[in-house]
Design a protein around this ligand. Sequence first.
Ligand code: PGA
Length: 254
Amino acid sequence: MRRTIIAGNWKMNKLFPEVEDFLFELSENLEAKDLGKIDVIICPPSLYMEIATDVAVDSKFYIGAQNVNDKDLGAYTGEISACMLDSMDIDYCIIGHSERREYYSETNEMINAKVKRLQENAIVPIICVGETLEQREQGITQDVILEQLNGAFKDIRIEENVIIAYEPVWAIGTGKTATPEQAQEVHFLIRNWIRENYSPLTADNLSILYGGSMKPANTAELLMQPDIDGGLIGGSSLDISQFTQMIDTALNIK
Ligand code: PGA
């Protein structure tokens, strides 16, 4: 069954005391709720993963990492591997975020290798794809998305769970959200690609998230689209009241 996912990508934000406050408040907020088919995920900076998993273990939310290395263990200063995440009971990991593609030169090949390491360690990858404004204006959005999908999914079987996030680069952190119709068009393309390359059942079950200036005011219209199964939320996930409002909207709609 297709799950609805509300995931917060904190990026490089929050100091330790704020992290504790947020997580305890989230835990309390979710306690009385029946989340049904909704999964709530928080992806904090890796430094805070230990406290995050400690709180999450008795709460109704999961913890995800924001990145992982494509090697197992060894002399890679500053890096974190999938088997380490697994040993910390981390359930999800964002891969191929446009900020990593842009600032850290991540290629589709590297993203593909990271997906493989995550799957070997039973961690669910949240694979990000999305076009830049220039690419959209050139009319090559579909080509870019398909190239990213072909690269990230090379030799990947989807027996285990995989999540895809469509994040138009021009909408991330800019306050410019894709219209529900623009987002739905790309989500439909992605689901169709999964249908053709895997199976109709896999396509039906796979959750495709939207990301890019998603906030309480636009959550409902986005989630009402047939192929939008949740959000990967940056800025608005830093504020407990905005984030829980978005969870409540998802509960009302899905
Ligand atoms: P934003 O970020 O919600 O701040 O636009 C989304 C993301 O980059 O995942």
